[in-house]
Design a protein around this ligand. Structure first.
Ligand SMILES: [Fe+2]
Length: 299
């Protein structure tokens, strides 16, 4: 068996509005349009990933929150309906997804060897969170390859961004080792927005784009600073500045997904390709892919 590899790492944000505006058959509510820049950015990223022949998507979601360690989906198949608790008017999504349980178990075991508290989630009636579903749907709407689902253990909330990063980097190393040993070609998805201050009232027509704009200039500047590092290939600077970025922009990077993904990729010193930046209810969202040079990075 040849060695497995991470063929791409992606920043794949999960606002349910994006699935709503795509009108896939799985989602009940119907939209007229909306958030085109981000949706078309995802479309560009899908084209970029198509040639990489991935066997599995590995996703870490801020909305699967576990308070005793990191958990992994551990059931081969889930079929149910996901309803966004904040936006049930936009996201009532009937999903069916396959899980690569052996790879999940391998990452779980290697993370435990590195001192992390881990657990396999074996409840067949578990409802998969909308962060996992939206990021996977927007990256690969065909749902034709299995996923590995990883929870967020909330160590930023319990301790600090620094503790979160230490754990997320260890989880990234474990993820990389398990993928290499598996012989599979994996795409990693960091399911999170960047700046995360958002509107507190919804416009009458959610997809009325006359209401959509950046909420806060200073947080926008933080997003641009981070994306400047992405575009220049300064992965280590992203890690180094993560504590200040996360606090100053109340970012969903607090969940550790971006640190985990960058760590698993060896902290890239090559550029990420920014397919889109746009806001959803004022939050900053970037769709980005890092493709290692040996896989044919285009940047
Ligand atoms: Fe979120």
């Amino acid at each position: 068996m040849s060695a497995g590899s991470i063929v791409a790492g992606c920043l794949a944000p999960h606002p349910p509005h994006l699935v709503y505006a795509e009108n896939p058959p799985q989602n009940e509510p119907r939209a007229e349009c909306g958030w085109e820049e981000l949706r078309w950015g995802y479309e560009r990223m899908r084209k970029r990933l198509a040639a990489l022949n991935a066997d599995v998507l590995v996703v870490l979601s801020p909305h699967w929150q576990t308070y005793i360690g990191t958990h992994f989906l551990g059931v081969p198949r889930f079929d149910s309906k996901s309803v966004d608790p904040i936006f049930p008017n936009l996201f009532r999504y009937k999903y069916g997804l396959d899980v690569d349980v052996p790879l999940a178990e391998a990452i779980c075991a290697r993370a435990k060897e590195r001192g992390l508290v881990t657990q396999m989630m074996r409840n067949p009636d578990f409802r998969v969170d909308y962060g996992t579903i939206v990021s996977c749907h927007m990256t690969r709407p065909e749902w034709d390859i299995p996923i590995v689902g990883i929870s967020s253990c909330r160590s930023t909330a319990w301790y600090s961004v620094e503790v979160m990063q230490e754990q997320a980097l260890a989880l990234g190393q474990a993820t990389r080792e398990a993928i290499e040993a598996s012989g599979k070609r994996a795409v990693l998805l960091a399911s999170n927005s960047l700046s995360h201050r958002h509107f507190v009232t919804e416009s009458e027509v959610p997809e009325d784009m006359t209401h959509e704009h950046i909420y806060n200039h200073s947080q926008y500047l933080w997003d641009m600073r981070l994306l400047d590092h992405v575009r220049a290939g300064r992965g280590q600077a992203i890690i180094d500045e993560m504590p200040e970025f996360t606090v100053q922009s109340v970012s969903e990077t607090d969940a550790g997904a971006l640190t985990w993904m960058l760590g698993a990729m060896g902290v890239p010193d090559y550029p990420g390709e920014v397919h889109a930046y746009g806001t959803v209810i004022g939050t900053g969202n970037a769709v980005v892919s890092w493709v290692p040079p040996e896989e044919g990075a285009s940047s």
